[in-house]
Write a protein that binds this ligand. Structure first.
Ligand code: AMP
Length: 575
């Protein structure tokens, strides 16, 4: 079956083609003809990643009457992120339908622009329940002309306490409408909504859940609870190209793990509900754009994040509900690529793995935490591959070749290779040289029984501490005299640097904003440029003062010292 055979036509088909959707997913095969054929209400059991947005979005867009700008479709969803994601998807699907208007309506943002957009006339509203009800009560939104009402992620809306708002909204929608409810699970509250507000709905199951597909490999690492973080670092180090989400159970643990990872030099950030909307948007954008390798997130906060090419999903904490494991794992192995779902469990959680295996109907294989030696080999091969793949601009390099050859004349090929590999690689060798095996060894012989059948090879302290104070490799912190008191946020700080340097290639890392100062990681190469550029700048009338942060000695300092021949001097600019 292709999309044309499902009944899509002209402009929608062209958009689908351009988006690279070749084969409809299972839910699309069932839902698209159903909506196009006006076959009544649907209850769809489907999760994120099954293609459900296109399943309801494409046929609905085919049915919109462009003449007359009354609201014809309402899509309700639980979070602002999901609301924006669905709006983006709908805009993509309707890119060739002229004069079609889609409006996102969500809390945590100014209501006035949203009111203005709705009043101008819109065909589709994508909304979170609270803000929509507000607009209904203000008589800005009138649901009287609705033909399609979609409830997306209904179980989450109920879990988040939107039941009353949903009741109020559904009461005001006209009788003559098609209602489409999508939910990953079917708790009682959702079933009640379906029976109260829907007419003889057809139940459609998305079939195989994403994580159960052949595209996701499931593994688990069993370690002592105290070694979980070390195991996480080793997994990240063993996969230099990792691009994944690390799921934690609570907001506090999410922040803690992210903080530790950042401190230890990983390209990681936290995403959870305690962050402000601006911070969440910033982190999600960074992750979506591929400028962030590891996102440490809670399940709820990661909801609206739709990224197709994740290599890994890591369950740092196993979820309480089994369905959530499926949800999380379904975020990898998409768009025809392979993905890996890794759980790090403690010694008492083995039974949970067995239960999850039954739910996903897939074997979750036990794996050993990579050894230091294996990680070093992996990293070394990655370095060599990068060297082989790097693009060489001969024109730019040629003028320097004479000097380079002269300087390296005393080194033969072997020595040269050793020097170059050591330069990049010494810190990994140092870090892992005494690192022990983290996988507890099960002794099968009876005589070993006294230690409960398990012996743990102790991790040397060194493993934990070496990278403790390090910033991202190749970056240093600048400290700026602007902070929360000045109402500065990461996007403004980035804007300030962009404006003052006019150099869009400057690479920034982590940004920490305290009460009256901010720390910004800047790639070493650009440190002086940023310092100089901010000279003479002011923010909201305040003169800026900026300095390089003096960091404690850490792995890699030796290297820097050798290069510069003298330690970095504290550099202060009074601006
Ligand atoms: P959803 O379940 O709606 O969140 O969709 C998951 C992802 O799959 C989105 O990034 C879609 O763009 C993508 N997608 C949806 N349908 C298809 C399809 N038929 N082929 C390939 N990718 C798709």
């Amino acid at each position: 079956m292709n999309f044309k055979e499902l009944g899509l036509t002209g402009k929608t088909l062209k958009a689908v083609d351009e988006l690279g959707f070749e084969i409809p997913t299972q839910i699309q095969e069932k839902v698209i003809p159903h909506i196009l054929g006006y076959e009544g209400d649907i209850v769809g059991l489907a999760q994120t990643g099954t293609g459900k947005t296109a399943a309801f979005g494409l046929p609905i867009l085919e049915r919109i009457q462009i003449k007359g700008k009354n609201v014809q479709t309402l899509i309700l969803c639980p979070t602002r992120e999901l609301c924006l994601q669905i709006t983006r998807d709908m805009e993509n699907y309707s890119r060739y339908i002229q004069n079609l208007s889609i409006t996102a309506v969500y809390g945590g943002a100014g209501i006035v622009p949203q009111m203005r957009a709705v009043r101008k006339g819109t065909h589709v509203i994508v909304a979170t329940p609270g803000r929509l009800l507000d607009l209904i009560n203000r008589k800005v939104v009138n649901l009287g002309t609705i033909q399609y009402l979609v409830l997306d992620e209904a179980d989450i809306m109920v879990n988040m306490g939107f039941k009353e708002e949903l009741d109020a909204i559904l009461e005001t929608a006209p009788e003559e409408r098609q209602t489409l409810l999508f939910s990953a699970t079917m708790p009682e509250e959702v079933a009640k909504i379906a029976s109260k507000y829907m007419k003889d709905p057809t139940e459609i199951i998305a079939g195989q859940k994403n994580s159960g597909t052949a595209n996701v490999e499931h593994k688990y690492f069993m370690v002592h609870a105290k070694d979980k973080y070390l195991a996480l670092k080793r997994i990240a180090d063993f996969h230099p190209e990792i691009y994944g989400i690390i799921f934690c159970r609570t907001r506090v643990s999410t922040q803690e793990i992210a903080d530790k990872m950042i401190k230890d030099g990983y390209n990681a950030e936290a995403l959870h509900g305690d962050l402000s909307q601006v911070q969440r948007d910033y982190v999600m954008r960074k992750f979506r754009e591929g400028n962030l390798q590891l996102l440490v997130a809670t399940d709820i906060a990661a909801r609206g994040l739709d990224v197709n090419h994740l290599t890994h999903v890591i369950h740092y904490d196993l979820p309480d509900e089994l369905e959530i494991y499926t949800h999380r794992s379904g975020r990898t192995g998409r768009a025809g690529r392979m993905g890996t779902s890794l759980a790090i469990i403690n010694m008492k959680e083995n039974y949970k793995i067995r239960r999850i295996e039954k739910t996903v109907r897939r074997k979750i294989t036990a794996a050993n935490v990579p050894l230091g030696k294996e990680i070093c080999e992996q990293q070394l091969m990655h370095l060599i591959d990068r060297v082989k793949a790097v693009e060489i601009d001969s024109n730019q390099i040629s003028p320097y070749m004479g000097v380079i050859e002269e300087k390296l004349a005393t080194l033969d090929r072997e020595a040269l290779l050793k020097h170059f590999v050591s330069l990049e690689f010494n810190h990994f060798l140092n870090y892992y040289q005494n690192a022990a095996d983290l996988t507890p060894i099960v002794r099968k012989k009876k005589k070993d029984k006294p230690v409960k059948n398990i012996r743990v090879v102790k991790e040397k302290k060194k493993d934990e501490s070496v990278r403790k104070d390090s910033v991202e490799s190749g970056y240093s912190y600048l400290v700026l005299n602007l902070g929360k008191k000045d109402q500065i946020l990461p996007p403004q700080l980035i804007g300030l640097i962009n404006q003052s340097t006019r150099n869009r290639y400057i690479k920034l890392g982590r940004i920490d904003i305290a009460a009256s100062r901010s720390r910004i990681q800047v790639e070493n190469y650009y440190l002086d440029e940023v310092c100089d550029a901010l000279s003479g700048y002011h923010f909201k009338g305040k003169n800026l003062s900026i300095e390089k942060e003096v960091t404690k000695k850490r792995v890699g300092d030796k290297r820097r010292k050798r290069r510069k021949n003298k330690p970095a001097k504290k550099h202060r600019l009074s601006l």
